[in-house]
Design a protein around this ligand. Structure first.
Ligand SMILES: *Cc1c(COP(=O)(O)O)cnc(C)c1O
Length: 388
């Protein structure tokens, strides 16, 4: 059975070119970048080349890129780093109710330690209203953190506007751009951010490596203490192969992004329309236009998302309910709840996210399989006994 993978927002396969570029740094070029002899300096050089490539993808300067163990660490470092650096002066952070858990749980951690957090609501499309940021911001606001695009419903936020508001209010601005970097244009100057998170495994690089962009002059405290790596901001011997992989993945993404986004928009719209035509009682999630090129999120009325995911898996199709993180816990999505969806609809969520190896044939396969699964599950559904 051919596997149809439609969960690129959860993770992407590492591109063969990236694996090839990483390989020597496990073997011949294994040196420690902090060593003075040439072995070490070779590894150090590879890190700096990767830094330049990552910087180029987001229109930053190489020295503004700080490598981390992934998107989660980048988010933690942005929030905790700014909070700790502002201690005694500013004690307020603004974020939204639809952030990734890496931001939300970090905000909760800071809240328990005395920081005040404002969690902004979103509209029915999952969009933050910039006016709400304007109203929430005070002279005590250290940081505004709003994600670039949501990983569950794909809505792209008005980051440029929010960036201007944060700047006018004298607060730093962070965006979690893990779902957008390498997929749509991400330009740190246009977006007006001080800090930006990215992750390699969401753009065809390896897992366990990412980066935080830190605009020159932005004050953040370190979370890791030890050696002097990453300009003393993140101690610990660098993940050299991983960083090289992120660099090459970033370079290739920059070259192919525009064309690939066009192709994915075609597949996305075809999948959306085809599902609407074939299945009754569907609810479309997220903004119809301001959305990621590869994301289709729907709620299927009267059935459970998990049952559909497991049945699709029997036919070799990988999709997720809300997000990879919430599907393990079976907790209803905080994103869809914030958008005002009733719990019974939230439980029927399916997220399809497409990527480099998705074909028209994959979409056709979904059309063949999913309507039958929906019909079968609805026939057994106690929820359908009392249709609206
Ligand atoms: C995947 C993801 C993260 C976490 O990145 P990891 O590298 O897996 O730690 C953070 N934010 C968003 C929006 C994501 O999609």
């Amino acid at each position: 059975m051919k596997r149809v993978y439609l969960d690129y927002a959860a993770t992407t396969p590492t591109r063969p070119e990236v694996v090839e570029a990483m390989r020597p740094y496990f073997t011949e070029a294994f040196g420690n970048p902090s060593s003075l002899y040439s072995y070490g300096q070779e590894a150090k050089g590879a890190i700096e080349t990767a830094r330049t490539k990552v910087a180029a993808l987001i229109n930053a300067r190489a020295e503004e890129i700080l490598f981390t163990s992934g998107g989660t660490e980048a988010d933690n470092l942005a929030l905790v780093g700014v909070a700790y650096a502002s201690e005694g002066k500013k004690d307020h952070i603004i974020t939204s109710m639809i952030e990734h858990h890496a931001v939300l749980e970090t905000a909760k951690f800071l809240e328990k330690r005395g920081f005040k957090i404002t969690y902004l609501p979103v509209d029915a499309y999952g969009m933050v209203n910039p006016d709400d940021v304007r109203k929430a911001i005070t002279p005590k606001t250290a940081l505004v953190s709003i994600m670039h695009a949501n990983n569950e419903v794909g809505t792209i936020q008005p980051i440029e506007e929010i960036g201007q508001i944060a700047k006018d209010g004298g607060a730093y601005f962070h965006t979690d751009a893990v779902q957008t970097t390498g997929h749509i244009e991400v330009d740190v100057n246009k977006l007006g951010v001080n800090l930006l998170s990215m992750s390699a495994h969401k753009l065809y690089g390896p897992k366990g490596v990412g980066a935080l962009y830190v605009r020159k002059g932005t004050r953040i405290a370190s979370l890791m203490h030890g050696g002097e790596q990453e300009r003393r901001r993140r101690a610990g011997t660098e993940n050299v192969p991983g960083i090289v992989g992120l660099g090459v993945a970033a370079e290739l993404a920059g070259e192919e992004m525009r064309e690939e986004a066009e192709r994915l928009i075609g597949l996305r719209d075809r999948l959306t329309q085809g599902l609407m035509e074939r299945i009754e009682h569907l609810h479309y999630n997220g903004h119809p236009l301001k959305r990621l090129p590869n994301n289709v999120s729907i709620c299927v009325g009267f059935i459970e998302g998990e049952s559909m995911v497991l049945n699709l898996d029997l036919d070799g199709i990988c999709v997720s309910t809300g997000s990879a993180c919430s599907s393990a816990s079976l907790e209803p999505s905080h994103v869809l709840a914030a958008m005002g969806l009733p719990p019974e609809l939230v439980h029927g969520t399916l997220r399809f996210t497409m990527g480099k190896w998705t074909t028209e044939g994959d979409i056709e396969r979904v059309f063949e399989v999913l309507p039958k699964i929906v019909a079968k599950l609805r026939a057994m559904s106690p929820l359908l006994k009392s249709p609206r």
